[in-house]
Design a protein around this ligand. Sequence first.
Ligand code: FES
Ligand SMILES: [Fe+2]
Length: 330
Amino acid sequence: MAIFSDNPELQNQWHAVATDVEVTNGVIGRQLLGQKLVLYKDASGTVNVAPDRCPHREAPLSAGEVKDGALVCCYHGWSFGEAGKCISIPSADPGFPIPKSGHLPCYKSEVRYGLVWVCLGEPASEIPEIPQDTDSKFRRINNPVDHWRVSATRMTDNFLDIAHFPWVHTGTFGNSQRLAVEKIDLEDLPNGFHGYVYDVVAENPPSAGLSSGQSAGDVSRTMTTGFCLPFAVRSTIKYDTGLEHIILLVSTPMDDLNSYFTFVIWRNDDFSVSSEDTVLFDRSIGEEDRVMLEKIPGVLPFEHGALANSQSDKPSTAWRLKLTQLLKDK
Ligand code: FES
Ligand SMILES: [Fe+2]
């Protein structure tokens, strides 16, 4: 796929660009599908997302600041409140009417799972559903949004892939003794995800103990991994102990070759280990993926026959086919 980030259908999808906490701390700039965005929280506590361009003289609004719940442009001090409404032009007489074009054309946005999701067009689908988010037996752990110099297409392909575990995750859970991937059968999973169930014996070094809840040695785990278009992957790890560890891996295209990566975890543990310690192991796994993927230039090819596949690439192949269909619909 030559250029995918300007495909109009992607504008009609939800993409996570920041954590809610990042916006609480002030105004931030982001980029989504090549568009520069500003995010700020207004006096009502709502996150607003708009083009990072002041309607007055095009200064980047992300260089401004939030004062008393309004975003103040750093160039001439025009300020913007709820839903992007321009509420003050300091240089103008009090009776001067605010021009219609002086308001910010806000995009649709929603805070869900501690993340700010944005849709640049008209939403054609829902934000991925994670029912455990409202289940009191589970706790949610958020992580920072990082910038990876990788195409989101390569990230999603990787997050559906089992065969790289013993090669890439040698510092974490990968087990060099077990290279073969057993047959994968794809199925519809709950909540609109599509993927597979897979039993795997994983390495459980001391550093993994806080995540797996078990002391060192190999651990058996059942992984249920699937995708939700365009770029969400959910992996549920179930241990024999009854512990469920759900990871939502979120890849967001800044453009074709740069992406935001974050992951959210839900766990039904006893909440005794701190959130920070619980996710350290998963963060190390993510780092291993990032280092590998940043070695691979360009967008994942989507043309038929462009990539050689083996049986373990079935989930990725299914995802690529569905994404291609989605993008061709427009
Ligand atoms: S450019 Fe923003 S107030 Fe003038
Ligand atoms: Fe990986």
